[in-house]
Design a protein around this ligand. Structure first.
Ligand code: EPZ
Length: 419
């Protein structure tokens, strides 16, 4: 198992380019299962989760030709309809193949994703939506078996605005007979990216990212070329890296409008933030002001930046209260931050963070993708050396993170973990 070692207290300065958005790439790749010829997708982030999705598509029989940040996929040769447990357990977003397989082949067998470090992560809303569209769902031996003799457009009212649930139902509705309306749909920009991709392939989707999505089913799709949107969570992570090191960092090839909630919080903490159409530059204040943060579905403050914000609040002036409203238990980074000297108390969904003058480097362990990003930021701010193990969590969603941090002046390197 590899680990990364960071020597903290180095001011980060300079420019870094945002990679393509992992959470847009995953549904876009899965949606190629709807068929219709060659899809050329560019600006793919070279991260573990994208590799896993491409492996799953190949396993189902698709032709997947990846070359760096580009992939050409043709799913005319798909002959298996089963996403096996061994693969799904490594990436719960594999559940995104359910909707397209069901819509195109009338059948899909997908391992239940199971829980993960940040909560039980049920998929009941996905399955209820498929049933509404005319599928029968059977749960047995840890697998979801979905079947239909033909999906029919329906009105679906989502209890909570589930991101991958909205994406799964959009994909299924694309080939359903008639019109589907999804109410209380998630409004994350990644959903709009998926809808844009599908519409370039001949789908008929209106209202993506508005909370109410209408899909007119079509008989088939055709191939297309598409460029994945920039990753707003990676962008936000580097902006906070600039903050915690008292630096001056500019992220380019990003979409500032996707980060309004973070930018207003960083300004509240005393940062100077300059935006252009495709870049955000942040100049850190001498001392970061404490402030309260609540996570919400988009356009609220993103849960995927909560751990990163907590790392920053750990060294702010004053006490901050962080409230995690999206997931049941997304505080696994807290004990690791406490090992570095952070003063945090968790009570249910609330974490009270009392800023300390200085964190100290320590050996810490990553637990999930965004928690590990929070540990990296804490390490950049800490006095001394921090070793982070289980970095495969980090590799799932951050492309070449050591290179990008080194490019900003950080002292970071990767080594095989001794144990
Ligand atoms: C997506 O996960 C993202 N993953 C997550 O990013 C992100 O944290 C999350 O949305 C929230 O923004 C991808 O896009 C691949 P949800 P998803 O369904 O779709 C409950 C990362 O770091 N719920 O919106 O799984 C659920 O328990 C990852 O890249 C149900 O109850 O999240 C949670 O409390 C981590 N039943 C809430 O809704 C369901 O059927 C939001 O979950 C589905 C969800």
């Amino acid at each position: 198992m590899t680990r990364i070692t960071i020597t903290g207290r180095r001011q980060l300065t300079g420019q870094v380019r945002a990679a393509g958005a992992k959470n847009a790439a995953l549904p876009i790749l899965a949606s190629t299962l709807l068929g219709g010829g060659d899809c050329q997708i560019t600006n793919l982030p070279q991260v573990r989760d994208v590799a896993t999705m491409n492996t799953l598509l190949s396993l189902l029989g698709a032709s997947v030709k990846q070359d760096g940040n580009k992939v050409v996929i043709n799913t005319d040769t798909v002959q298996s309809l089963e996403a096996p447990y061994d693969l799904v357990k490594t990436m719960r977003a594999s559940v995104l193949v359910l909707g397209p397989l069901l819509a195109r082949f009338g059948e899909a067998i997908v391992s239940l994703p199971g829980g993960c470090a940040i909560g039980p992560r049920p998929v009941n809303l996905h399955l209820d939506g498929f049933k509404k569209l005319g599928a029968t769902i059977e749960l047995a031996h840890g697998y979801i078996r979905a079947h239909t003799t033909g999906l029919k457009g329906q009105r679906i009212d989502l209890e909570t605005p589930t991101v991958t649930g909205t994406e799964n139902l959009i994909m299924a509705a694309c080939l359903a007979k008639g019109t589907t309306i999804i109410n209380n749909a998630a409004m994350e920009p990644e959903i709009e990216d998926l809808a844009n991709f599908l519409n370039t392939r001949g789908a008929n989707i209106m209202g993506a990212a508005t909370g109410r999505i209408m899909i007119e089913g079509v008989s088939q799709l055709h191939g297309a070329e598409y460029t994945v949107m920039p990753d707003r969570i990676e962008t936000g992570t580097y902006l906070i890296a600039g903050m915690v090191t008292g630096g001056d960092v500019e992220v380019h090839h990003c979409i500032p409008g996707h980060l309004d909630s973070l930018i207003s919080k960083l300004r509240e903490c005393g940062a100077e933030v300059h935006e252009t159409t495709d870049s955000i530059r942040i100049k850190a204040p001498k001392r970061i002001q404490a402030l309260d943060v609540q996570t919400f579905p988009y356009p609220g403050f993103p849960t995927d930046l909560q751990a990163q914000m907590m790392a920053m609040m750990s060294v702010a002036d004053g006490t901050s209260v962080i409230t995690e409203n999206v997931f049941e238990s997304r505080y696994l980074h807290v004990p690791e931050l406490q090992r570095m000297g952070a003063s945090i108390t968790v009570d249910g969904s609330r974490a009270v963070v009392k800023g300390v003058p200085q964190l100290t480097g320590a050996q810490v362990m990553a637990s999930d993708l965004r928690a590990s990003a929070g540990l990296v930021l804490a390490a950049l701010a800490a006095e001394g050396e921090t070793q982070i193990t289980r970095v495969y969590h980090l590799e799932r969603g951050y492309e070449r993170i050591e290179d990008k941090l080194q490019g900003l002046g950080a002292i970071v390197h990767r080594e095989p973990a001794s144990a």
